[in-house]
Design a protein around this ligand. Structure first.
Ligand code: PDD
Length: 285
């Protein structure tokens, strides 16, 4: 059965959910998106995602067509209408559709706001038990990766290369260091038990899950260092893992076909995953 989507003020069956071919999201990737997880029918860490949405739209001078309280209402109504227990809510806002294709911002055009849901059992994902393989690809993205823009072609190509290699994620490499995954933040655990993840800046997206995991780890007196690391360092590490709204925490067991440690999910990634799931359940709204 068709799920229900939201398009500019209306709830409609997904197959009937449409925007104009002149929509600037379609023509210019002139839009911002967010993905929030749903656990037991509730939104996980949603305030953090919506704070990032407000920041991203601010960085490209795109006014939100609805205020944040109304956006939360729409997200919740969509979850309820779809009877979604476990999965994701996808949200996208674009600069709308003008009468033609002019690069500069149009005047008097209302931004487009769409949302849809998907079913996903993130907690019981098999990949979390087995761990995932990653490959590395050059990071060919633009230099404002802190903005969660819908311009995702570099990630599409990277993740396609990963899929063709039988891997679950592509780690993007710039100047010899890992920036992040195609749709996740990258972590390692060094031999002296330091959790390392790249510092925020314009080189990476400030991951909401990354932020929560760093805080939860520090609260438990685990050592965290926010700095760049190389693939070589990751291959010498005790563990590697990734975080995102759609995966929570997932162990990485190989990089470019070479195993990380013994090639099995490590205890730290497994523990952080449990800690994150507990946090997600306890704070979901
Ligand atoms: N991607 N880095 C990139 C490039 C991402 O696209 C994502 C999320 C993350 C993790 O961010 P968060 O923890 O806030 O989900 C890091 C989403 C899930 C996606 O594109 O589907």
């Amino acid at each position: 059965m068709d799920s229900i989507a939201y398009v500019n003020g209306s709830f409609v069956p997904l197959s009937e959910a449409k925007v104009s071919i002149l929509d600037r999201g379609f023509l210019f990737a002139d839009g911002i998106y967010e993905v929030s997880a749903v656990l037991d029918g509730k939104l996980v860490d949603n305030a953090s995602h919506l704070a990032r949405l407000e920041r991203s739209v601010g960085e490209i001078s795109l006014p939100l067509p609805e205020n944040i309280d109304r956006i939360i209402e729409i997200q919740k109504e969509l979850v309820a209408r779809n009877k979604l227990e476990n999965g994701l809510v996808y949200l996208e806002v674009t600069r709308g559709a003008d009468k033609g294709r002019d690069f500069a911002f149009p005047k008097g055009v209302k931004p487009t706001l769409i949302m849809f849901t998907s079913v996903k059992d993130i907690v019981n994902a098999e990949s979390a038990r087995k761990g995932i393989a990653v490959i590395t690809v050059p990071d060919i993205r633009w230099t404002r990766r802190d903005i969660k823009s819908v311009a995702l072609l570099a990630q599409v190509l990277g993740k396609q290369a990963a899929a063709e290699a039988g891997a679950g994620e592509a780690w993007m490499i710039e100047d010899g260091k890992v920036t992040e995954g195609g749709s996740s933040s990258a972590f390692i655990l060094t031999q002296d038990d330091v959790i390392v993840t790249r510092q925020n800046g314009s080189e990476i997206l400030p991951g909401c899950t990354r932020k929560a995991v760093v805080k939860l780890a520090e609260e438990r007196q685990l050592r965290v260092e926010e700095r760049a690391f190389s693939v070589d360092e990751a291959l010498k590490a005790k563990e590697a893992f990734i975080t995102s709204a759609s995966l929570f925490v997932q162990p990485v067991v190989s990089i470019d076909g070479k195993t990380v440690a013994d090639g099995k999910p490590g205890p730290m990634a497994t523990r952080l995953r449990e800690i994150y799931v507990d946090f997600a359940r306890a704070t979901a709204t």
